[in-house]
Design a binder for this molecule. Structure first.
Ligand code: NAP
Length: 251
């Protein structure tokens, strides 16, 4: 028997083309999962799959998490490839559209809610529904919230609201899906080195680092390892939890 944590499992990672999602794909593949890297940027999803050992064991799919039809067809593609729906899901797709509250336009506010909240909802609903249809009484879903969803952040009223909503979604889904054998948890990363934070001005980074007890940003792998733990049987008695991974920022 394989000692790999995810041997034989099918795992879908949204936002799998970049940053934390890509790091999650690498860990899941290393531990034996057949990975579906799903991203609105299908070229980036393919790049992720090409980085994995035996790319043909995995699948890159184009998916806009904010569009039900797109989520549904990506799930269908993974069922076709692996003859089974994904029983592990990491919802890592996310966007920012920062501005001060007084200047925030309605579209920027709603675009962030569409991808970060509605996207996590649609993927959770459609994957859970597919697992039930296939008679599988098992699954684990991890949503990427953010520490900003707990603390708020200047310039991010849309993003902070979306990430607080992801916590509420996680806890409700955990309560409703427990009877179907599906656990749902979330991770609240702090300041992590990915393309999402690449445009943050040096001055802001310096100020942030002073506030973080570990005095550095996280590498995406440091967030992804916690996501993998929550997807694994090592967390079999955990559901509805939100784990902060912030270098001590939020103590
Ligand atoms: P990232 O590097 O920007 O990766 C996010 C990926 O999601 C990108 O490939 C992006 O594609 C994709 N995406 C955007 N909209 C999508 C959609 N509608 N459907 C499917 N995919 C879509 O970001 P990250 O830093 O890895 O963040 C991953 C998650 O962690 C996000 O939910 C983020 O909010 C959360 N998080 C990040 C940090 C941080 O400091 N980095 C902190 C706390 C929480 P495009 O590049 O084409 O947009």
């Amino acid at each position: 028997m394989s000692s790999m944590m995810f041997a034989g499992k099918v795992a879908m990672v949204t936002g799998g083309g970049s940053g934390i999602g890509r790091a999650v794909c690498r860990i899941l593949a290393r531990e034996g999962a057949r990975v579906v890297a799903a991203d609105v940027n299908s070229g980036a999803a393919q790049e992720t799959v090409d980085m994995l050992v035996n790319p043909s064991n995995h699948l890159a799919v184009s998916m806009d998490v904010a569009e039900k039809v797109s989520v549904s067809s990506a799930i269908k593609a993974s069922v076709e490839k692996f003859s089974a729906p994904p029983s592990l899901v990491a919802n890592a797709a996310g966007i920012t559209r920062d501005n001060f509250l007084l200047q925030m336009d309605e579209k920027s506010f709603m675009d962030v809610l569409d991808v970060n909240v509605k996207g996590s909802f649609l993927v959770t609903q459609l994957v859970a529904g597919t697992l039930v249809e296939h008679g599988l009484n098992e699954g684990a879903i991890v949503n990427l919230s953010s520490i900003v969803g707990k603390t708020g952040n200047i310039g991010q009223c849309n993003y902070a609201a979306s990430k607080a909503a992801v916590k509420g979604l996680t806890k409700t889904a955990a309560r409703e899906l427990a009877k179907m054998g599906i656990r749902v948890n979330c991770v609240l990363p702090g300041f992590t080195k990915t393309p999402m934070t690449a445009t943050v001005p040096d001055k802001v980074i310096e100020t942030m680092l002073k506030l973080i007890p570990l005095h550095r940003m996280a590498d995406p792998e440091e967030i992804a390892e916690v996501v993998a733990f929550l997807l694994s049987d090592k967390s079999s008695y955990m559901t509805g939890t939100c784990i902060e991974v912030t270098g001590g920022l939020s103590m």
